[in-house]
Design a binder for this molecule. Structure first.
Ligand code: C2E
Ligand code: MG
Ligand code: MG
Length: 763
């Protein structure tokens, strides 16, 4: 488990806190929404009441004014308004005193001639409205009206020089014929309107809208000409025009005719006796303001509470998460190395088994025990021992791929779980681990040498449960110890005998390599023209404990499969070069041919190793010939050409071994930078009997010639073969006839009397 991952408990805790938080937010939002609705309803009702109040106030105001004009008219009728209009002035002024919202009073004759006007000083000319058709039309129509008084829409007053509306009363004679008309003018600008004293919220608009869509009065008004004398496009006008019978209602929307106006809400009520509506509106934000005023304390305290809660919850879950993952860490990790411990490894093993079984894949379990670790503890103390364990863990860790797991079972036992690794995969990493133990570990100035013993079990071959896998890896590990430590063993119980034997040989090969239980034999290669030994081929043999020599055909493939051919080949190469050095020093001019296997060929360090050996022994590279079988060379011809090219550049000679068995393509043969072609013994054997073989040998020799390569005939056992091949133009010969592979000393002695002994051949 990684840190940062949650334990079930902290997960539960976090979920609970989150649920609580979400529930809180939902509740608060519901409360807020409910509050909003209530606020909106409240405001609407308030505005409806206000508009109703404004309607009845206006009605009373108009009636008071209209009805007040009747006594004034009667009074004027007693004076002769026509002959002496100035006599009317004191009555008119008295009227204005009684009705302070009236700014001017005027008297008109039935034909529309203005007789008197308080706004015009005595003796000055009165305006003549007969020149203003709309005005005179309205005036004449009011003159005939039978209503107690009339209410005209606002106009710009010519005498008053401001927007105003008029209330008119007609004085009639006993027959009902109009005698004259009295008119009171009520100004409509700024603070002067009769509406301005109404108790409404700040930023309110109040007003009277006529049913015909014109404003009768409005407060406040910044520019009267914007509002009066025009049809209103506002929301109230729209509602009234759509529902002419409506008595009251709410509205919202923006009055675009007032410049810069935002959305507003309000209510309206029809005046009791006039086709006119009183309205009140406020900006829509009024609701928000009121809502906030009423709910802010709750919201602020809730928000503070939630913030505190979130902080607290966060800290709580973090602490909880930290402690539980710490606990898990402690329970799952080895304290010293920080690696997964036994319990953790068990669950990792189980997980691997589940995933491997579903995908039918293999994986390897590798148990590693340090040899004689107790000795280190005893000699250097536990502190050093602990540091060595840490260093070993670190060293192994660097060799792992992603997905591989290294853990410590306890003491000096480590366990590796390698997903996807089968026998061959695990061998590679095991070999790498063994190699990494070759150099000593430097711990506080002590160069500590330690070796591991490794046991390997593979799922599912060696067990399908963690227990059986561990048990079998353990058995294999003890086998490694039994075989002399610093080794690895693959568990074998469930494999067939052949494999077991083979593994046993592998095991033995490994210790033989350590003990250098190998010998290099040398077989002479003879120049067929001069009869001289010009080269020797190094051939490895395994000296068994019973003193018998095992031939390469019996063990080379095992060494190749297990990868041991790499150290073995290096050893042969070094031994052969050292021997050549001795011969050269002794005055013998020889070359040495060393066989390379495919596995060595793929070793990226091969070139480096060869050059080191060549330098160590001080031989010229041209005295070293590397033999690669034709089959190996043709496995991947392009790569072969590339690698051999590098050797050729360094001057190392190349021979294609066992030629004729590998189906070379001629085009590749041409490109391979080989110096020599070794004709396989198979063709030499057939020379006497098989006509075809003679043709093949002759062709190969001719081909080699054409490509500028030398030829060696292998496995020459008879004089007849020798002569026949010599006649075909082959350059060199190798075979029991000329000399069997021998140990260096024996061959050295033989070479001294070489020519004399083989006189018959070379005559
Ligand atoms: P090779 O490289 O073709 O070596 C020649 C083999 O033929 C040798 O067998 C040699 O003893 C055998 N031979 C030579 N002349 C005659 C003959 O006249 N009659 C008969 N019957 N056999 C003859 P050996 O030593 O058993 O080696 C077998 C193979 O093992 C070699 O074939 C080579 O491919 C491989 N080998 C030997 N030593 C090494 C080595 O150090 N490394 C590698 N990678 N392979 C090696
Ligand atoms: Mg060879
Ligand atoms: Mg050969």
């Amino acid at each position: 488990m990684r840190t940062g991952e949650l334990t079930p408990y902290s997960w539960l805790l976090r979920k609970a806190l989150l649920t609580f938080l979400i529930a809180g937010i939902v509740a608060l939002s519901a409360y807020g929404a409910y509050g909003w609705k209530r606020e909106e309803q409240d405001a609407r009702e308030n505005f409806l009441i206000l508009s109703a109040f404004l309607a009845s106030f206006s009605q009373i105001y108009f009636d008071g004014l209209g009805n007040g004009l009747a006594p004034l008219g009667d009074l004027l009728a007693q004076t002769d308004v026509f002959k002496n209009p100035e006599a009317a002035r004191p009555h008119l002024n008295n009227f204005i005193k009684r009705y302070p919202s009236v700014r001017a009073v005027a008297v008109f004759s039935p034909d529309g001639v203005m007789l008197a006007n308080t706004a015009v000083k005595a003796g000055e000319t009165l305006p003549d409205f007969r020149l203003d058709p709309p005005y005179i039309k309205q005036l004449l129509s009011d003159m005939t009206s039978t209503a107690p008084y009339t209410l005209a829409p606002p106009e710009y007053g010519k005498a008053l020089r401001m927007w105003r509306f008029t209330v008119r009363y007609v004085v009639r004679d006993s027959e009902g014929i109009p005698k004259f008309l009295v008119q009171a003018a009520i100004p409509l600008e700024k603070e002067g309107t009769f509406l301005h004293q109404l108790p409404v919220p700040p930023n309110s608009y109040i007003g009277l809208l006529r049913a015909d869509g014109y404003q009768q009065a409005r407060f406040p008004v910044s520019d009267a000409s914007d509002i009066y004398g025009k049809l209103s496009p506002g929301p109230v006008a729209k509602i009234i025009s759509e529902q002419p019978d409506i008595k009251a209602g709410y509205f919202n929307g923006s009055s675009s005719w007032v410049s810069g106006e935002s959305s507003r809400i309000g209510a309206f009520t029809k005046l009791p006796n006039w086709e006119m509506y009183a309205y009140v509106s406020v900006p829509a934000s009024y609701i928000l303001k009121r809502w906030w005023q009423h709910n802010a304390p709750i919201f602020i305290s809730f928000t503070i509470f939630f913030a505190l809660f979130v902080i607290l919850a966060y800290r709580m879950t973090k602490r909880e998460g930290y402690f539980s993952s710490e606990l898990i860490n402690q329970a799952m990790r080895d304290v010293l190395t920080g690696l997964p411990n036994r319990a953790c490894l068990n669950s990792i093993l189980e997980a691997n088994i589940i995933s491997a079984s579903s995908g039918q894949r293999k994986f390897s379990v590798l148990l590693l025990d340090l040899d004689r670790f107790k000795g280190i503890n005893d000699t250097f103390g536990h502190a050093i021992g602990d540091k060595l364990l840490i260093r070993v863990a670190q060293t192994i860790q660097t060799m792992l791929r992603g997905g591989d797991v290294l853990g410590r079972l306890g003491g000096d036992d480590f366990l590796l779980i390698l997903p996807g690794s089968d026998e061959s995969g695990v061998m590679i990493i095991t070999q790498r681990i063994l190699d990494s133990f070759k150099s000593s570990f430097d711990i506080e100035g002590h160069a500590l040498r330690i070796t591991p013993s490794i046991g390997i079990a593979i799922y599912p071959d060696h067990g399908e449960e963690p227990e059986s896998l561990l048990k079998h890896a353990d058995t294999a590990m003890y086998e490694s110890k039994r075989l002399g430590r610093n080794a690895y063993t693959l568990y074998v119980d469930q494999m067939g005998k052949r494999v077991r034997d083979r593994l046993e040989m592998e095991q033995q090969l490994r210790s033989a390599l350590q003990n250098e239980d190998f010998r290099v034999f040398y077989q002479p290669v003879v120049d067929m023209q001069s009869g001289e030994i010009v080269a020797v081929e190094a051939l490895v043999r395994w000296l068994m404990p019973d003193g018998k020599l095992l031939m390469p055909d019996e063990f080379i493939h095992v060494a190749e499969d297990s990868g041991m051919i790499i150290p073995l080949g290096e050893w042969v190469l070094r031994t052969a070069c050292r021997q050549l050095r001795l011969w050269l020093t002794a005055g013998l001019s020889l070359r040495v041919a060393v066989n390379l296997s495919t596995r060595q060929f793929q070793d990226p360090l091969l070139m480096e190793k060869i050059m080191t050996i060549v330098q160590e022994t001080g031989i010229e590279t041209s005295r070293l010939e590397l033999e690669v079988t034709e089959t190996a060379a043709m496995l991947n011809p392009e790569e072969t050409i590339e690698i051999l090219g590098v050797f050729a550049d360094k001057g190392v000679r190349i021979a294609i071994d066992d030629f004729g068995t590998g189906y070379s393509s001629l085009s590749y043969l041409k490109r391979i930078p080989a110096n020599t072609i070794k004709i396989d013994k198979m063709f030499v054997d057939g020379l006497g009997s098989e006509v075809q073989d003679a043709t093949i040998v002759r062709t190969v020799i001719a081909l080699a010639h054409a490509l500028g390569k030398e030829t060696v005939a292998e496995g020459i056992e008879t004089e007849q073969q020798y002569n026949e091949i010599k006649a075909m133009g082959c350059k060199y010969a190798q075979g029991f006839l000329l000399g069997i592979p021998l140990e260096a000393e024996t061959l050295t002695r033989l070479m001294a009397s070489w020519k004399d002994k083989n006189m018959i051949l070379f005559s």
